[in-house]
Design a protein around this ligand. Structure first.
Ligand SMILES: [Zn+2]
Length: 479
């Protein structure tokens, strides 16, 4: 059981009428997270994640890991420091490196700290460069120096979760655009373009599922154009006014693209209609890329084919910005006053508030409170229950905190819980409902919620056939 009185939870106490110096642009979720003591601003552009928010981030990490394992992923850890010598080989140091953090060791060797590209699609075409996650060189060099890899070992799908760095000129919107953030990056290795395409489908399906599980509306932007010679790329965006990418969305068929991609034609490239296009702002939360032999060739990463001859590995790279997914989900779902979480990322399922210390109903209401806590522990697992045991505070004050934190459910055992005829609990749900229920009814509500969560966890990855059927139905529907 988690007890609110023991949790490190450094809420900002603002003196009345205080003028707080705004050092950076705040988004509403960041403002709430900071005020509620879920994150703290470190040196400009970095964030300290406090225990309650860390729970949510850990849930996000676990969910991604489940999906990666299901898609055949194996977890590894690559060093944060990558030798710049490797980047010279791949040619990436010739690009714009102003946002990279570089360090030297005592012998003068230079290293990059896990960077992430911020090239827009436009730059991508202009430079004819390939966008990337971060560790392509490192992982490719690792495979190049491993014992000869046989075609029998392929495909290989390696992923890691770790910090990435970007020397943002203007970091803003909290964890959405920070100088250091958490990312899941996967690198895949196949024996041919065809099997690499299969891998690409499997991983993007795992991404689709992950974003469906979070239940935050997302658009999957198709960055495929044919210019790169059959390369494939998709971006996943949350639609938000603080988003920095401009997207064009076709309301007729659901197709979305970067404004740059749409630029050439006034029609939807998918359904050819022109009358139903709208512009929206997106926060990019994930990116997938089929890379071909862009890195394996210069770095000499090969496998032995069926005739025992070395052949270049065909690669893909796949990234999800985990801290950004969390921040952007909150940004999309929350109100100005209260946080709202995806079900699977809420720090706790339910918060229990009992009577105030010294109130006349204390003894009797506490019996109800502890009985409730025990039952909730059985339903959700005790780690998903937050007991707000700060009994020196009034119920009202704790309820206010709980609402701002956005717990899916807050259940209050107070004066109404000691009515001898019909003891009642007050249940507040994050969708804005307030109900007076008896114990069983309240438990049933929570039970339903737990089933919904289970259902989300068990969403299957859709197969190719299902997807085709869906598409046909969708097209049928729009016509
Ligand atoms: Zn369309």
């Amino acid at each position: 059981m988690n007890r609110a009185s023991k949790i490190f939870w450094p809420m900002l106490v603002k003196p009345k009428d205080a003028v707080i110096k705004q050092t950076e642009q705040l988004s509403r979720s960041q403002k709430l997270l900071t005020e509620l003591g879920l994150i703290k601003s470190g040196s400009n552009g970095t964030y300290q994640i406090m225990p309650i928010a860390q729970r949510s981030l850990d849930k996000c990490i676990n969910l991604v890991q489940q999906n990666m394992v299901e898609a055949g992923g194996q977890k590894i850890t690559l060093p944060v420091l990558t030798s710049t010598a490797l980047w010279k080989k791949s040619g990436r140091l010739e690009g714009d490196i102003s946002e990279f953090y570089m360090v030297r060791d005592r012998s003068g060797k230079q290293f990059l700290m896990s960077p992430v590209s911020v090239w827009t699609i436009r730059e991508y075409f202009l430079l004819n460069a390939i966008s990337f996650q971060t560790h392509e060189e490192a992982v490719t060099a690792m495979l190049a120096t491993a014992a000869p890899i046989s075609y029998r070992q392929l495909p290989l799908r390696l992923y890691q979760i770790g910090p990435k760095f970007r020397d943002e000129l203007k970091s803003r919107f909290g964890m959405m655009r920070a100088k250091e953030f958490l990312m899941k990056d996967m690198y895949t290795f196949d024996l041919s373009q065809e099997t690499a395409k299969d891998t690409y489908d499997i991983i993007t399906k795992a991404y689709d599922r992950f974003f469906q599980q979070l239940e935050v509306p997302f658009v999957k932007v198709n960055a495929e154009t044919g210019i790169m010679g059959g390369s494939l790329s998709h971006e996943y965006h949350y639609i938000s006014s603080v988003g920095e990418d401009t997207l064009v969305k076709c309301e007729s068929c659901g197709f979305a693209g970067n404004a740059e991609v749409f630029h050439q034609s006034s029609n939807c490239p998918n359904c050819q209609k022109a009358d139903n296009l709208s512009q929206v702002h997106g926060v990019e939360v994930a990116h997938t890329f089929l890379l071909g032999d862009k890195y394996s060739k210069p770095l000499g990463a090969t496998f032995l084919n069926t005739s025992g001859k070395p052949q270049s590995l065909i690669m893909g790279c796949y990234g999800i910005g985990l801290s950004r997914v969390l921040a952007a989900s909150l940004e999309v779902l929350s109100t100005d006053q209260e946080l709202r979480w995806p079900k699977l990322l809420a720090p706790y399922d339910v918060c229990v508030i009992g009577p105030k210390q010294g109130s006349k109903e204390q003894t009797l209401a506490e019996r109800v409170e502890y009985n409730l806590l025990e039952h909730l522990g059985d339903i959700c697992g005790s780690d998903e229950v937050l007991h707000d045991d700060r009994k020196d505070l009034t119920i009202g004050k704790r309820l206010l905190d709980g609402k701002r934190l956005g717990h899916p459910f807050i259940i209050v055992a107070g004066a109404k819980s000691v009515l001898p005829e019909d003891p009642r609990l007050e249940l507040h749900s994050s969708d804005g409902n307030k109900m007076e229920l008896n114990l069983n009814e309240a438990l049933q509500m929570v039970n339903q919620y737990v089933s919904q969560k289970k259902h989300l966890i068990n969403i299957r990855m859709s197969t190719k056939e299902e997807e085709q059927t869906n598409r046909q139905q969708k097209v049928g529907h729009t016509l």
